[in-house]
Design a protein around this ligand. Structure first.
Ligand code: ATP
Length: 328
């Protein structure tokens, strides 16, 4: 741990998110700036176990800041969950002369990173890259802002057809454990109702809200549903339930799915990723390990992996109120 760090490796892990490439670029270029070699690890932790490495120079990462996905590919690695798998990864890093690691991903990725540090005392710093924004210790995760913009654009298009046909649309968006995408896009696209896992408002509340909409003369409605909504029904069952109660509604379901992960990152995500890539390299060179870098109140901050993984990024009560007030 006390030898000077001459080589830093970077990998992307878990679900891909727009802006991961901008983060890789920033890590590589920060390494160049501080005169440290940089190695790209392909396919996340699986590539670490298999030694799937490539030296990256500043020119290798030209023209990727605007690209979605990740040039390093991402993977879910069951083998890294075993001590033997992690030992292979450690051996490969040592063999390649790597002195520290930047991991870009979500809470699973940080859990793996924490174990790796505990077992091998190897310096690791994390960058939050996931569209769900479900990580404590940063206001936004990389990819979240782009996903919001993608979803709002699609809901705007669906609204055109909903209002032309007097339809009730249920739109499912990503977020298994967190309703950030649903709540923010619901407000941004003017949805009549928003269902999120953090607030189980129940079916009665949905029915009540639809009744109110009809009384007020609304002829079409958009309901944004987070995929992890805890109402006890999936979005299709929810639509069937409402159809039984209101046979006159022309109900449609749209599951947005993986398109939410794709596309060119927004300017916000590119800037966030660039700041965090530089911050991660600087933290490692300052001998910091076991933290995730983030941006809180527009300042670069860091938080221990333990907190980032275990603590909840709370849903904003004020936003819930805004959603209620503006959907009347
Ligand atoms: P996303 O939020 O996009 O799903 P994530 O980082 O949470 O991203 P996961 O699939 O949960 O995605 O984790 C990524 C990888 O991290 C796993 O494939 C595995 O290799 C490693 N990992 C996850 N949990 C553990 C664990 N308990 N121990 C060791 N490694 C883990």
């Amino acid at each position: 741990m006390n030898e000077p760090i001459k080589k830093i490796a970077v990998l992307t892990s878990g679900g891909d998110a727009p802006g991961m490439n901008a983060a890789i670029r920033a890590v590589v270029r920060a390494c160049t700036y501080y005169r440290v070699d940089c190695i790209g690890v392909y396919r996340g932790y699986q590539g670490l176990i298999e030694g799937d490495f490539e030296m990256l120079s500043a020119r290798h990462v030209s023209n990727i800041i605007n690209k979605g996905g990740t040039i390093l590919k991402s993977a879910r690695s069951e083998e890294f969950k075993t001590v033997e798998g992690r030992a292979k990864a450690y051996e490969n890093l040592k063999k390649a002369g790597v002195g520290a690691l930047v991991i870009i991903g979500g809470d699973g990725t940080f859990t793996g990173g924490l174990k790796f540090i505990e077992e091998f005392n190897f310096p690791v710093v994390g960058i939050p890259g996931t569209i769900d924004n479900d990580i404590y210790g940063t206001d936004n995760t990389i990819g979240y802002d782009t996903a919001l913009n993608t979803v709002v654009e699609v809901i705007d298009k669906i609204r055109d057809t909903a209002s032309s046909h007097n339809r009730l649309f249920f739109i499912e968006v990503m977020g298994r454990d967190a309703g950030f995408i649903a709540l923010n896009t619901g407000i941004g696209a003017g949805a009549e109702e928003i269902l999120i896992p953090e607030k189980n408002l129940g079916l009665d509340r949905l029915v009540e809200s639809l009744d109110k909409s009809r009384e007020k003369g609304k002829t079409s409605s958009i309901v944004v549903v987070s995929e992890g909504d805890k109402i006890g029904k999936n979005v299709f069952e929810l639509a069937d339930y409402i159809k039984e109660k209101y046979p006159f509604y022309d109900i449609r379901v749209s599951v947005l799915g993986h398109m939410q992960r794709g596309g060119s990152p927004s300017c916000y995500d590119r800037v966030l990723a660039s700041r965090l890539g530089v911050a991660a390299v600087e933290a490692l060179l300052d001998r910091t390990s076991g933290v995730m870098v983030g941006v809180t109140n527009n300042e670069v901050t860091s938080v221990g992996f333990n907190k980032a993984i275990k603590m909840n990024h709370d849903i904003n009560e004020e936003l819930l109120k805004v959603a209620e007030i503006t959907s009347v």
